[in-house]
Structure formats: structure tokens, C-alpha cells
Design a binder for this molecule. Sequence first.
Ligand code: IPE
Ligand code: IPE
Ligand code: MG
Length: 257
Amino acid sequence: MSTDQNKFFINENSQISDKVSLDMSNLPEHIAIIMDGNGRWAQKRKLPRTAGHKAGIETIREIIRTCSDLKIKYLTLYAFSTENWQRPEGEISALMQLLVYYLRKEINELHKNNVRIHTIGDISKLPQAVIEEIQSALKLTQHNNGLFVNIALNYGGRDEIVRAVKILCEKVKEGELDVSQIDEKVFEQYLYTKGIPSPDLLIRPSGELRISNFLLWQMAYTEFWFSNIYWPDFTKEHLIQAICDYQKRERRFGGVK
Ligand code: IPE
Ligand code: IPE
Ligand code: MG
């Protein structure tokens, strides 16, 4: 796709209208997405919630492909939060099965497209079949240098911060680190996102205006983009619109322009 020539047509209500074109010299380096609204998408169609999760997988495929085409460097996808364990057992197991299905089905294509898979969150608590599928995806794609796809699984921002604090406390206790050495740069080394730049753009479809425990530390200066679209209906045109809106923002990071 020759993205700099493409024109996209969408307005705020996600209806086709205004012309949109992207500035290829001002793309976000890191896009984070809360893939939300699968359940409501299904309910609207009188389908079980799991049908929504299944439909959401198609969206993942399209968004990864578009980010790859645009040469975006990092894409973080919120797939399962530390709070999602509160859902009915049947829904959790369907989500886990879908993860395995997705990775098995897509991994060769992702690898061929030079995508590198990474995860954040405590994957040790996931079912064994999921852990194995993730491990083989990580191994297969570890040397790829195209789009870095970071999947947040059993991830919670608060959990991540508490975990980092605990590791640091242990280091201080063992005498490996002095309290005076701890600053933001050091602290970040103990987050799951170590080595990954903070997101420039957060996208949350589904109409909810909150971050639901996603990347709490990392989103200090992220630009937020919300939409009423449910994740299974989210298309590459919405992504392009979000990036286009991002490009109109003035990022000051507390300074003045
Ligand atoms: C997001 O869709 C998927 C996960 C949380 C795993 P939801 O299942 O939260 O869909 P809604 O918000 O109920 O519509
Ligand atoms: C956030 O969505 C988690 C994921 C998309 C994985 P939720 O649907 O769990 O968030 P709340 O409950 O609406 O805040
Ligand atoms: Mg939800």
C-alpha cells in the first residue's frame, strides 16, 4: 500500500466524509490499543460474547498489517487484564482458546512479515497451552526487526508497578542497589516494558473513556484517542483517522512552544 498517496474518508461518527491524508514524517513511534467492545458488538447481534472476541481477531489482523505497512515501530495490544479474571469461567477459557488459535494460525504469516512478538504481564498464570504457544511465537520471531507487537496478557499497570517496587526492594536489601540511585530511568528498567519507548498514541474504541489499568506509568504523556466503534468494527480507516488526529496535536511535555 502506498500510504502517502492514500486518501481516507471518515468523520467523527466514523461515517465516510472528509479527506484524510497522513504526514509520513510525523507518525507515532508507538501505538497502544485497548481492544474493547467485543461483548457489546456480539450482544447487539444477539450472539454470545465469545462471538465478539472471535470477530475481534479479524480486526487484529488488519491493524497489524496496516501498522506494518505504515512502518510503525511498536504496537501494544491490551488483550487480557489482571481484572479480566473476574469474568465468567466460560468466557475466560474461550478467550484463552482464541489466543492459542490466533497464534497458531497467524504466526507464520507474522514471521514472514518480519513482525516480532513480545508480551507484557504475568503470563505464568495463563493456561499451559497458551504459555507454550507464546513461547514458541517469541522464539520464532525474536530476531525480526519489523513491527514490534507487544501483547498485554494478564497485564495490569498497578500490578506492574508493585512488582517493580518489590524487585527494587530486594535489590536494596541485598545491597546491590542504594536507595539514592533509584530514579525514573532506573525504575523503568524493572517494568515489563523495559526497553520499549512510551506510547505516543493510545486508542480506545467502544465508547469507554478510561484506561482500565493499562500502562499507568508509561502513559504520562501519551495522546488519547477515543471512539464509539466496537473493536470488531474497527478498521484500518479508523486507525488512519486516529493517527491523523494525533498529528494535529501539539505535544508540549510540560514545556512551552
Ligand atoms: C474486550 O472486549 C476484550 C477483553 C476484555 C478481553 P469486552 O469483552 O470487554 O467487550 P465489552 O466491553 O463487554 O463490550
Ligand atoms: C480493558 O477492557 C481490558 C482489555 C481490553 C483487555 P475491559 O472491558 O476489561 O475494561 P472495563 O471493565 O470496561 O474498564
Ligand atoms: Mg470491555
